[in-house]
Design a protein around this ligand. Structure first.
Ligand SMILES: Nc1ncnc2c1ncn2[C@@H]1O[C@H](COP(=O)(O)OP(=O)(O)OP(=O)(O)O)[C@@H](O)[C@H]1O
Ligand SMILES: [Mg+2]
Length: 320
């Protein structure tokens, strides 16, 4: 393990027993280095929370190794845990406190000095635009503010590894941006960050690497550029259909699915001009309301990988 490795996971397996046994993690390898944000993407029930709960010692693996900042996290969970900070998927209740007091309390519990903790709490409150609610009783703050408070509690005195399980849930779009900036800064300041998210589009701009998890298996792990490389030369066309309309794609377009009144397809970049003419004709004919052409994104890669697996291909075939 190199000096920069903050988290190394090898061959991790976890099965929940009981009437309907679930193989939640099925042989996972994953690395997080200092200074990196590593995103973990995957459908509901893919095994993301199970994975992060094993990293911080809340769930015991059946098999495999977890090395956190040089410590065997399976054998010595308490010691490993002291080197990590986690924002769990469910918020820790802070009734009776205010956001500011809760953030400062965690900072002190994690060994921070009073003045440094106060300054850091004030900095986070400002950076996440929490000031209007910072001194309001926790019972009265909204879900999004509670979520941001939980984030600030996690990072007021961050460990070498920071684990964030869906930190953007319930947060408004403007504060999403403030939150992503703070996540990036954690890594720039030297922490390793493991970020669970469903927010593929936004994560693409913040993460250094991404792992795509599906039914407990890592389908692909690479940089965003590496994951999208095979999509070079491809554009995604999106059409907003008028109610009751149906569209027949031109030759060469590969339909990528539909979502109520929106349909999308992949096209080769050199066909763009022709497709724009075709789409404009559809607008003139009253079939579609509007259209757009965007470069292929990580979201396309994600849908292709996870979609292909659901269509029956084995994980190995999909990852190859
Ligand atoms: N304590 C538990 N007992 C039994 N099964 C569980 C338990 N926790 C999770 N599971 C099951 O394990 C699988 C993985 O769950 P997990 O919570 O890790 O998924 P996830 O990727 O975090 O999903 P989400 O995006 O919905 O949070 C699911 O099938 C889930 O139903
Ligand atoms: Mg989860």
């Amino acid at each position: 393990m190199g000096q920069d490795e903050v988290l190394t996971i090898r061959g991790l397996r976890k099965r929940y027993r009981g009437r309907r046994g679930v193989q939640a993690n099925d042989g996972i390898d994953l690395d997080v280095r200092a200074g990196q944000v590593v995103g973990l993407l995957g459908h509901n029930g893919a095994g993301k929370t199970t994975l992060v709960n094993q990293v911080v010692g809340l769930v015991l693996p059946d098999e495999g190794t977890i090395t956190l900042d040089g410590i065997d996290a399976v054998a010595r969970p308490d010691e490993a845990r002291s080197r990590a900070s986690i924002q769990a998927q469910a918020n820790v209740p802070i009734s009776g406190l205010t956001p500011r007091l809760a953030i400062e309390l965690v900072g002190r519990l994690r060994g921070g000095h009073r003045t440094a903790v106060r300054a850091r709490a004030a900095e986070l409150i400002e950076a996440l635009d929490l000031s209007p609610w910072a001194d309001t009783r926790a019972e009265k703050v909204s879900g999004g503010i509670a979520r941001l408070t939980a984030f600030a509690m996690t990072v007021v005195q961050p460990g070498r590894l920071v684990v964030l399980d869906e930190p953007t849930n319930d947060v408004d779009p403007v504060r999403h941006r403030l939150l992503w900036q703070q996540i990036r800064r954690l890594a720039d300041d030297g922490a390793g960050v493991l970020l669970v998210t469903h927010n593929v589009r936004e994560a693409e701009r913040v993460v250094d690497r991404l792992a795509i998890l599906d039914h407990g298996v890592v389908l692909a792990a690479d940089t965003p550029a590496g994951l999208t490389a095979s999509w070079q030369g491809t554009l995604t066309v999106e059409l907003d259909l008028l109610p009751g309309a149906a569209v027949t794609w031109p030759d060469g377009a590969r339909p990528r699915g539909s979502d109520r009144l929106r349909e999308s397809a992949s096209i080769a970049t050199e066909d763009a001009a022709e497709v724009v003419r075709w789409a404009q004709h559809q607008v003139d004919q009253g079939v579609i309301e509007r259209y757009s052409l965007v470069p292929a994104s990580l979201e396309d890669v994600y849908v292709e990988l996870v979609g292909a697996e659901h269509a029956g291909a084995s994980a190995e075939e999909v990852a190859a």
